[in-house]
Design a protein around this ligand. Structure first.
Ligand SMILES: Cc1ncc(COP(=O)(O)O)c(C=O)c1O
Length: 449
């Protein structure tokens, strides 16, 4: 059974059948849609993907954090099929159906936000972030938004403005919406102020009142501060807890809405249901998507009821938002995640990976930094540990070498010199070690050339 198998490469990658289909893709699909593995999928189960040429890959990307419960979880497949037999999308603006309010009820219970909460369902992560901005602006009556260096919030116009990395996400797509201010993220390995974490005295947080609020934007014009509890696309950088506490204090002092973008960090990935459960403080709004429905598009904005109720009927929502098919998938997934303690699975995976990564750090000079939480981990590659010069080409070569040997991993970071690890949380220990063996050998091969 594919679910329990190990990687097996039986043709060149891509194989002949995938190469044939690549021609159809090349002629008909824009090159702007990026592609990591040039193979076409035949079937996928758990952490394993089989292509149409019979090659079997271990998937350490999981749809970029979409498949925390794994590919084709049997109970989710069953729940979606059962919903298909009834109805798909009567449209919540037209008819009522139980799945929408039931999912909202469940998310309101799970989300680490104080007080009464409400949840809006939409379709994609970017759409959820767009709505988060709309809600924060309406609630506060203010226009300005603070986002961070390294952030990724999506590809629509507002979320392009919120996103940090210029190429490929924003370049020559301007003008972008105004009202977004970007400040440094506490990326301690590459401190934007050149300081050391042990002695910096949280300089980056002090800069808000010492500089940013005087020189760039007045705090009483700021509707929201939006941040990922762990940078996703930005390279899985974990901010110090004290930085988050400082942000919370600023938000309380100036009446700013604190938004946690948990689109990549959420749903058990980091060893807690939500990464901001590690914080000693709570956000006012949480945006989530991806693993909440395991591949059927749905995204969620959960906020204090007062924020949600600042808009009136028709001002938020959309045709497919919170459709019954996606909501049925989500309800089943949340049941499975709580019942089978998925957050603990992430911790277990994280422990195994960290041990292996630190062993590799002893062997390979190219490993500059290892970081993350639970099963959301990254390895940063540098040409020199002292200068920290990014090893961009080597990172790309390691990703390709892994792929040729049956492991799919994805890069990250504004300097393109990280590999991120987001394996499905149902991965077996044997599969995990098999994948890590391929990663280890690939680093050896590329660095010892
Ligand atoms: C943290 C974060 N925010 C927003 C998004 C955008 O989500 P979507 O691709 O569903 O629009 C992503 C997608 O990777 C993400 O990781």
């Amino acid at each position: 059974m594919l679910r329990n198998s190990l990687p097996k490469i039986v043709t060149a990658v891509p194989g002949p059948k995938s190469q044939e289909l690549q021609k159809v893709r090349k002629n008909n699909v824009p090159d702007g849609v990026s592609m990591l593995a040039p193979v076409f999928v035949e079937k996928a189960e758990g952490a394993m993907v089989q292509d149409i040429d019979g090659n079997i890959f271990i998937d350490f990307v999981a749809g970029i954090g979409v498949l925390n419960v794994g590919h084709s979880h049997p109970e989710v497949v069953e729940a979606v099929k059962a919903q298909c037999d009834k109805y798909f999308a009567p449209n919540i603006n037209v008819f009522n159906y139980e799945q929408y309010p039931r999912l909202a009820e469940k998310l309101n219970r799970l989300m680490p936000i104080d007080g009464e909460k409400k949840t809006l369902l939409v379709n994609t992560g970017a759409e959820a972030d767009e709505n988060a901005v709309k809600l924060a602006r309406r609630y506060t009556g203010r226009s300005e938004i603070i986002a961070f260096a390294g952030a990724f919030h999506g590809r629509t116009y507002m979320t392009m403005a919120l996103t940090s990395k210029v190429k490929p996400y924003k370049f020559n797509f301007g003008p972008l919406p105004s009202g977004v201010h970007r400040f440094p993220f506490p990326y301690c390995y590459r401190c934007p102020y050149g300081l050391k974490k042990e002695t910096c005295d949280l300089h980056c947080a002090k800069m808000f009142e010492d500089s940013y609020f005087l020189e760039y934007v007045a705090p009483d014009q700021v509707a929201a501060i939006i941040l990922e509890p762990i940078l996703g696309e930005g390279g899985f950088v974990v901010p110090p807890d004290a930085f988050i506490e400082a942000l919370r204090k600023l938000c309380d002092k100036y009446g700013i809405v604190l938004i946690a973008d948990e689109i990549q960090t959420g749903y058990g990935r980091t060893g807690k249901m939500f990464a901001c459960e590690y914080w000693s403080v709570k956000p006012d709004m949480i945006v989530s998507a991806k693993s909440v429905a395991g591949g059927i598009p749905i995204a969620c904005v959960t906020a204090k009821a007062a924020i949600m109720d600042s808009v009136t009927a028709g001002e938020i929502g959309g045709t497919y938002c919170g459709n019954a098919l996606a909501a049925a998938s989500s309800l089943k997934i949340l049941e499975i995640m709580e019942r089978d303690r998925f957050a603990d699975k992430a911790k277990h995976i994280g422990e195994i990976c960290m041990k292996r990564f630190f062993e590799m750090e002893q062997k390979y000079e190219i490993i500059g930094n290892i970081r993350g939480r639970g099963a959301m981990l990254a390895v940063e590659f540098v040409k020199d540990r002292t200068t920290k010069e990014p090893a961009k080409d080597e990172t790309k070569a390691i990703i390709q070498e892994c792929l040729q040997n049956g492991l799919v991993v994805l890069g990250a970071g504004v300097r393109d010199n990280n590999i991120r690890f987001l394996m499905p949380l149902v991965i077996t220990d044997d599969q995990l070690h098999a994948g890590l063996d391929i990663f280890d050998k690939s680093v050896a091969k590329i660095t010892q050339k």
